[in-house]
Write a protein that binds this ligand. Sequence first.
Ligand code: SAH
Length: 218
Amino acid sequence: MNVRHSGIGMTSQRTRNRLIERLRVQGIQDEMVLAAMNAVPRHIFIDEALSSRAYDDVSLPLGFGQTISQPYIVARMIEIMRDGSPLNRVLEIGTGCGYQAAVLAQLAREVYSVERVKPLYERAASYLKELQVANATLRYADGNTGLPEIAPFDGIIMAAAATHVPQALLEQLAVGGRMVLPLGAQEQYLCLIERHAQGYRETRLEAVRFVPLLMGKA
Ligand code: SAH
């Protein structure tokens, strides 16, 4: 792993350990998720000018009007999706800087992540390459249609808020699979969708704040 942004103190394992301790206090219990968050250096994904805040529990600007989610929400969504079970094939909508995809890659056998903004897609791809994350595949595409050629997925995470659940994603969720997404416009909440043999079950969870899911590629 290269040592970009090193020597300014925030790259140390100690700083990351503090983040993990904070996530525990905030209620994250899944040890596998905590270990994955501990393993991925968040500062690599963040503009150097902001990297002193890389391990604060805040969302940060990514450019192009987008934000990297705060560590708590990344951990929380993955914890809900995983539900204590190993993940095989996972889809993320909204790669952004690629941080969440890198965390997911620690926990799932295969990760697919879709981004509609080309420069973000390209930058995320270079970060994942730098970190030698080999089991995450990025696609430059509109996530509303998912990836039918790769489906089914046993987990789907959306990192942008939709006003309704895209039908294509429901169809691409495996039976027994779990999807976690922010739903709503002004008022948003996290939604868990579980697919059973007989249909889908939707559970409304806590209030959240995400950038909107947009249509088409940019
Ligand atoms: N998971 C990201 C956070 C991304 S923010 C991270 O770890 O950094 C949400 C992202 O969703 C933005 O990059 C935005 O461009 C993307 N997005 C919004 N609508 C989309 C769509 N229809 N398809 C794919 N990506 C989309």
